[in-house]
Design a protein around this ligand. Sequence first.
Ligand code: FES
Length: 110
Amino acid sequence: MPQRERYLLVCTNRREAGHEKGCCADKSSEAIRLALKEQLAARGLAKLNARTCASSCLDQCSSGVCILVEPDHFFYGRVTLADLPEIVEAIATGQRVERLVLTADDLARG
Ligand code: FES
């Protein structure tokens, strides 16, 4: 398979119930990963443009569900299923969804 232009690393980490950091899995990250993969494929973007991958903890737990976008090297945070069409459109147009991009303050909180 060809190298994609972008890789979307979706945190699907699960921690035990009651853990102080919480986890992206408790915020439906696996459903988000699957839906993102499906929506990219439906737009014809999965083969060359973007590959969706499951990731372990990206250490931005307080802003989950987190998606690390490479090689652009930024995080989407607090992603829900409702945000996916906008993310897919941004992939299609080579842009990013600024309202979802984690800020320096978000990153400092971890
Ligand atoms: S559990 Fe998802 S970033 Fe840590």
